[in-house]
Design a protein around this ligand. Structure first.
Ligand code: NAP
Length: 436
């Protein structure tokens, strides 16, 4: 019997477990460990609450989680409750599937002012992540700036722009829905440091901005390159740029109360305000011959009391584990960090790609583990050893069956038409798991 510990229960973690099951047949026991009492990582806390069809992939992970040779071990914090070295003693292999939940820092003067928030925190707030449930972002001003031209920036701008009715059927948490209902925000500026041809926004997600009930996107036609230059773009990007051209042609919608302005060639250089963010200073750029944003020296101010930086993420380092500071992920060779220690997903590749990109990653690492270990028995204790150690440390491990009780309780307390009302405090989750 082989024993593998997967740390992190998001897409990368469950695809790895699924792949290991296939690779080893019945000859394996897998523990999927998560620091939270609830599974699915990015699916629960990252994917936008109004994108429920994307969240449906969790059914596939549930199937894996419910199989006999896989166990969810929630509410177990690696680093605090148990060290990676200890896991390596107990298991034949350890896979770090810890994602990239930390914001890449916005390294400009004033970025520490109240009102400046990273997307991890803002997304975590509206998705009910226990770390960010009390964020209380300032929504009392009329102007908000979203920094970045990726899909996270789109999610954030859309959530700020939607009406209450447009959240029907979503699982946005109650505290966020209440706050957004009385939001004063009318002008949302999306800052891109490069131009329309350099956006990282996918067409389906960008197109959604054109169909909002009370908000309209605006693009300055002068920012768009000549139309014939679109032909050289990769097809997905070409479709995204076509949306921008449509937004520019429409010229906004005067009957809608909110606008989402795309401000291209705009690099943030400083945030200013009296005790809290009031404006962001932006430098006009052009895209140089290497494709990078080059400053022109011309600056201007955009008013904003809420500034959300959506400029990418980092994997938190774990003391003692080789880490690539520049890339913000574990140092690894094709998923291998050190003997019997692997990484998958964003912890391996950095924060890019769709949820499905994690599948080949998981399968690749499973193949490598099979090749390195083969079938057999090393005598390592696996699950039994973990349980014994955690018992001596008073850790209240949450199993998948426990999670199903949390899930059922969240469904019972859901708003009408919503799939669930998430618990946002770990204590509440544990109470529901114990049937209290
Ligand atoms: P991303 O796609 O890498 O976009 C990051 C954006 O931030 C880029 O436009 C980048 O500009 C900009 N940026 C980086 N540093 C900056 C700085 N210092 N100042 C100004 N701008 C800066 O990252 P993401 O939006 O966080 O998304 C992460 C991944 O999740 C992506 O693969 C994304 O597609 C995926 N995702 C998918 C969905 C969906 O499918 N619905 C939803 C959310 C996220 P440059 O290009 O100039 O570097």
């Amino acid at each position: 019997m082989r024993h593998v510990a997967v740390i992190g229960s998001g897409p990368a973690g469950y695809y790895s477990a699924e792949a290991l099951q296939g690779a080893f047949g019945g000859d394996i026991r897998i523990d999927v460990i998560d620091r939270l009492p609830v599974p699915y990582g990015l699916i629960r806390f990252g994917v936008a609450p109004d994108h429920q069809s994307i969240k449906a992939v969790s059914r596939r992970y549930e199937k894996v989680a419910l199989s006999d040779n896989v166990r969810f071990a929630g509410n177990v914090s690696v680093g605090t409750d148990i060290k990676v070295d200890e896991l390596l003693n107990l298991y034949d292999a350890v896979i770090l599937a810890t994602g990239a939940p930390q914001d890449r820092p916005l390294d400009i003067p004033g970025s520490d002012l109240p009102g400046v928030i990273g997307s991890a925190a803002f997304v975590g707030w509206y998705n009910g992540h226990p770390d960010f449930a009390t964020l209380d972002p300032p929504l009392d001003g009329t102007d908000a700036v979203v920094i970045g031209n990726g899909n996270v920036a789109l999610d954030v701008a859309r959530i700020l722009a939607k009406t209450e009715d447009e959240f029907a059927g979503s699982d946005i948490v109650g505290h966020a829905l209440e706050a957004l209902k009385s939001s004063a925000i009318r002008n949302i500026y999306i800052l891109g440091r490069r131009g329309p041809h350099q956006i990282a926004m996918t067409p389906k997600e960008l197109g959604e901005l054109g169909h909002l009930a009370n908000a309209a996107p605006r693009v300055d036609p002068a920012d768009l390159p000549p139309e014939d230059a679109d032909a050289a773009l990769e097809p997905g990007l070409r479709k995204s740029v076509a949306h921008l051209r449509n937004f520019a042609a429409a010229g906004g919608a005067p009957d809608k109360a909110k606008t989402i302005d795309f401000d291209f060639f705009a690099a943030p250089v400083a945030i200013e305000g009296d005790g809290h963010a009031q404006r962001i200073i932006v430098e006009r750029t052009h895209v140089d011959e290497t494709g990078r944003a080059a400053g022109t020296g011309e600056t201007y101010a955009v008013p904003a009391s809420l500034i959300i930086s959506c400029i990418g993420y980092r994997t938190p380092a774990i003391p003692g584990i080789p880490y690539d500071e520049a890339l913000g992920r574990f140092a690894n060779e094709g998923g291998l960090i050190a003997d019997r220690l692997y990484c998958v997903g964003w912890a391996r590749r950095g924060p890019t790609g769709t949820i499905g990109t994690n599948r080949p990653d998981g399968y690749d690492v499973a193949e490598k583990i099979v090749a390195a270990l083969g079938p057999g028995d090393s005598g390592r204790q696996g699950r039994a050893g973990l349980d014994a150690l955690l018992a001596t440390r008073g850790v209240d491990l949450v199993t998948f069956r426990d999670w199903q009780k949390i899930e059922a309780a969240e469904a019972v307390r859901a708003r009408e038409g919503a799939p669930r009302e998430k618990f946002t405090r770990i204590g509440e989750m544990l109470d529901a798991a114990r049937g209290n």
